[in-house]
Each structure stands twice: as C-alpha cells, then as structure tokens.
Design a protein around this ligand. Sequence first.
Ligand code: CU
Length: 150
Amino acid sequence: MSKRLVIVIAGIALIALVAVYSASQADRVHKPDHQHGDHETQVATSATSELSGQLQDGVRVVKVRAFKYGFDPDPIVVKVGEKVRLEVTSSDVRHGLGISDIDVNVLTLKGKTGVAEFIAEEAGEFHVHCSVYCGAGHGKMHGLLVVLER
Ligand SMILES: [Cu+2]
C-alpha cells in the first residue's frame, strides 16, 4: 500500500467518525425527553435543579396536577424571594395541596383549578401534603417544594 493511499483511507475514516459522532450528538439534542438507560440519572438530576413553571410579570406561575396519589411536578422548584402562584388542578377527585410550613392550602376538584399565591421567603425544602381525604392512598400523597438559594 502506498503511503498516499494510507493517508487517504485514514482521512476517510476520520470523516466517517466525525459524521457518526455529530449525528449522535444531534440525536441527543432532538430527543431530550426520550432518553433511556444511562442518561436517566442525568435527566433526574437536572430536573430537580430546574425551576418549575414560567415567570409571568415577575410571578413564578406553576401549574400543578394533583392526582391519586401525588402531585406533578414533584418537586416544585422555585427561587427564594420569588412571588409564586400555584395553579392546582385535579385530574380525578377532590384534593388539596397543603404546605403547612408556609401556610398554603388550596383545594381543587376534578378539572377545577385552585390558586395559591405566596412569597418564597425562606430557602429550603418544604413538605407538601394532600389536605383533603381522597381515598386509600391519601396518607401517602406527598410532594416537595424546593426553594433554592439565589
Ligand atoms: Cu388526599
């Protein structure tokens, strides 16, 4: 094999490698919600550090779904100092989203949205519970509010 041919083959191999690599990168970018296997840990970690909902006129609006037996999103993540508006909608029966530590209690019926507004004054983790008896799993219906430091 001539030296020149070897260089050409090496060049083609390199181009192929780069093409495969960038294709796999593009795949990742396009499917952030469909990652499986070893990517799952990474997704879970970034989900807990991401802020929930959207800022609207300086208010963090978070749409929360209450269901038998939990809340979505869970955890609800906000930043300290933010004014927070929780719009809680049940997808099945009557529920309540209660956060005892910050005196929040909002009721919701199936398809009906209850709203709670508060200022996240203190950083930390606050226990969320269901404040309305909703069935056998009611006692296990918990969630978490995470208030991140600035
Ligand atoms: Cu309940």
